[in-house]
Design a protein around this ligand. Structure first.
Ligand code: 3HC
Ligand code: NAI
Length: 697
């Protein structure tokens, strides 16, 4: 008998218990243990009914993702589920926490399901580039009908116990926290009432009801937009459709074929990498579970502009009171009104209630003086990107805030050490770099200064989790990880247009790769004036910043979406970029002024120049220790810039292409185009010479 699955009897109930922390994933040991325990239960003449229950925080949360990509060892999960379903003794699954993926499929193989009211169920395989591969696509629609099964399987969204009851996924819901007691009580009832085994595979009424409907075609059409570029959601629809067109055994075979197609797809590898990378980023070098963390009960934000307002909303959403400071009442009122409008819009979409709008607004207050920050635990500064202004503010905060308060800046590019030096407490200063819109984007780039204490770093990581962000710890340099790489890509995109590409050609290559928008559509969203004023500042400071056709657009007042014209034009109330012949004219004029003879540029060159320049910079970032691991860069780009998670992030993507290929091309560009950005990173050269990858570091 395996240690991770045990069998014992309580009265007339045979209890099969899974105990495989942290989430009772279906590893080989668990699968074999389930089979062995079932055999014991079958043989136990005194057991009338069997109960499957889990120890720890959750019911089985799915297949063991760490086994993916390795040869599957028997027994496979489909066979385990079949053996449970074939049992002549009724089996009850008792669900607490989350019954996910293979976990829910195992429960669907049982004959009855009881859940705690706090439990959730779901088939999230699609989020890993897969589909439910142990009968889930065949059994779930037999309980819920086609529409709901398609929704659950193609989105991977979880369903709460009460909804699961309404959908017939579970048969009973119990309040309280003792899942074993709830399971035993339900099992006893089944035994007392002599209820028969009830196999989901034999249920047919829901199948009949949806047979011949156009729900599948409709679903596929909807997915064309929602699941652009993705492979597995479409395979999920094919698999569910098989439940309606084929007998159960053939449907299961079809599901397996489609599952294997997904398993072998590069998207599965990218999504599984993203899953683990997202969890790994929370483990920061030098910090441990024992590192002390400060309590953040109240927060101050400076600046009620684009970023300050969004940042404040994160805290109100998490129930933490926040005070926003502005220079003028007018700016404060405007900022607070924008926050209210955002909440009202969310309420209109039904995502929060009007009561929640008021509750959250009541947690946000405004002030015109830092005196109100005397008791806050954390201040986040989000004023204009000016070194002098930020240093002045940090000096004032040093006086206004209590000892131990953390002083953070949302700067996108400036040095955290330089800002910290304006205070007497550099150990308490850190960068908290949110991404726009700050209440939506999941990334929080946490910038450690030279002197930032471990306690402050650990507090920032814990805070990210509390406000439901993915915190990535990075070092201090111009633009940190995200913007440093973005600026290299931006410069290359500009150069490509100078040389002959059109902005829409460049953007299309990036959106075809899976980015939600291209470089120039993104400039229009952020505002062309931002880049323009950065370039003007640098020119004023005497730096040699080359002229650009985008300067001309900014000087014409084409500032992007906010003026309905930038690199693209926009129709009133619509964010869809429309190519504009006027911009082509400005670009042509610029080329003529600069004496540039335009040439045809291939999509492949655009891809290589925009992406390899990022990879080369990423390698330099690793070399310098600005990012500790390549997965930190991957997660920064997935959650901060919409890099397609199914490609695993830029460094994982580079590993898949082959670092030797990338290095060869980078060397070629360095010879042909020159420029520091194309100087091959020493780390890239080293990895290629050793035949290793970024993910091996
Ligand atoms: N396999 C292996 N490890 C897993 C795992 C899984 N299915 N699910 C979670 N883990 C690990 C995590 O990597 C993490 O490990 P770490 O502590 O070493 O970093 C640990 O369990 C805890 O996970 P979280 O930090 O995510 O804990 P939370 O409490 O926040 O969330 C959860 C728990 C909701 C279960 C979440 O982990 C989750 O969504 N897991 C994935 C569930 C899933 O996708 N299941 C489907 C798998 S595919 C499948 O079943 C195929 C089948 O159809 C054949
Ligand atoms: P913004 O111009 O929208 O807002 C700045 C606000 O700060 C204004 O409302 C202004 O009145 C206020 N302010 C100026 N001086 C002040 C002072 N002394 N005290 C209190 N308030 C003061 O600017 P935005 O876009 O919100 O940027 C703020 C910071 O966030 C900058 O450092 C920027 O680099 C950074 N950032 C911006 C992102 C973006 O996409 N806009 C993304 C990530 C970071």
């Amino acid at each position: 008998m395996s240690e991770v699955v045990t069998y014992n009897r309580e009265g007339s109930i045979g209890v099969i218990t899974v105990n495989y922390p942290p989430v009772n994933a279906l590893s080989h040991a668990v699968r074999s243990g389930l089979v062995a325990a079932l055999e014991q239960g079958q043989k136990d003449a005194d057991a009338k009914v069997l109960l499957l229950v889990c120890e720890g925080r959750t019911f089985i949360a799915g297949a063991d993702i760490r086994e993916f990509g390795k040869p599957m060892q028997d027994p496979g999960l489909p066979s385990v589920v079949d053996q449970y379903e074939n049992s002549d003794k009724p089996i009850i699954a008792a669900i607490h926490g989350t019954a996910l993926g293979g976990g829910l499929e195992t429960a669907l193989g049982c004959h009855y399901r009881v859940a705690l009211s706090s439990a959730k169920v779901g088939l999230p395989e699609v989020k890993l580039g897969l589909l439910p591969g142990a009968g889930g696509t065949q059994r779930l629609p037999r309980l819920t009908g086609a529409q709901k099964a398609l929704e659950m399987i193609t989105t991977g969204e979880f369903v709460g116990a009460k909804d699961a009851l309404a959908l017939s996924i579970v048969d009973a819901v119990e309040d309280g926290s003792d899942i074993k007691a709830a399971g035993l009580a339900y099992a006893q009832k089944v035994a007392d009432e002599g209820k028969p085994v009830r196999r989901v595979r034999d249920l047919t009424d829901k199948l009949q009801a949806d047979k011949g409907s156009d729900v599948f075609e409709q679903f596929r059409a909807g997915l064309q937009k929602k699941a652009r570029g993705l492979f597995s959601p479409f395979k999920c629809v094919d698999a569910v459709e098989a439940a309606f067109s084929l007998p159960f055994e053939d449907g299961v075979k079809r599901e397996r074929e489609l599952f294997m197609e997904c398993m072998e797809s590069p998207q599965r590898a990218g999504l599984v990498h993203s899953f683990f990378a997202e969890r790994e980023v929370s483990k920061v070098k030098g910090l441990s579970k024992d590192t002390p963390v400060r309590d953040i009960r109240t927060v101050g934000v400076i600046g009620a502009g684009t970023m300050g307002g969004g940042i404040a909303m994160n805290f109100a959403n998490a129930g933490i009171p926040v005070t926003i400071a502005e220079v003028k009442q007018e700016a404060l009122d405007k900022g607070l009104a924008v926050i209210r409008r955002n909440y009202e819009n969310t309420a209109k979409k039904g995502r929060i209630t009007q009561a929640q709008v008021e509750e959250r607004m009541s947690l946000i207050s405004g002030t015109l003086t830092y005196d109100d920050f005397s008791d806050v635990d954390l201040v986040i500064e989000a004023v204009f990107e000016s070194r002098d202004l930020k240093r002045k503010i940090f000096g004032q905060l040093d006086d206004a805030c209590k000892p131990g308060a953390i002083l953070a800046s949302n700067t996108s590019t400036l040095s955290i050490d330089d800002i910290a030096a304006a205070t007497k407490r550099p150990q308490d200063v850190i960068g908290l770099h949110f991404f726009s819109p700050a209440n939506v984007m999941k990334l929080l780039e946490i910038v450690r200064g030279e002197k930032t204490s471990d306690e402050v770093k650990a507090t920032a990581m814990a805070l990210a989790k509390k406000i439901r962000k993915v915190g990535v710890m990075v070092g201090n340099c111009y633009g940190f990880v995200g913007n440093r790489m973005l600026h290299k890509r931006g410069a290359e995109a500009m150069a490509l247009v100078n040389e002959g590409a059109s902005p829409q050609q460049v953007d299309k290559v990036l959106t075809d790769l899976g980015f939600p928008m291209g470089q120039f559509a993104m400039s229009d969203l952020a505002g062309i004036d931002i880049g323009y004023s950065i370039r003007q500042e640098r020119r004023k400071a005497g730096e040699d910043v080359p002229a650009s056709w985008m300067d001309k657009l900014a000087e014409q007042g084409r500032l992007g979406q906010k003026t309905q014209a930038g690199v693209y034009k926009y129709e009133e109330g619509n964010r869809k970029p429309i190519p504009d012949p006027e911009v082509d004219r400005v670009i042509a004029e610029f080329r003529e002024e600069q004496g540039i003879k335009s040439r045809d540029i291939t999509d492949q060159e655009i891809l290589e120049r925009c992406m390899y320049v990022m990879v080369n910079e990423g390698a330099k970032i690793l070399e310098e220790g600005i990012a500790d691991r390549s997965l930190d860069i991957d997660i920064t780009w997935i959650y901060g810039y919409g890099f397609p998670a199914y490609r695993g992030g830029p460094m994982f993507w580079a590993d898949q292409i082959g670092l030797d290929i990338i290095l060869g091309t980078v060397e070629q560009f360095y010879d042909d185009l020159g420029g520091e950005q194309w100087k091959p990173a020493a780390l890239l050269q080293k990895l290629v010479s050793e035949g290793r990858k970024f993910s091996d570091l």
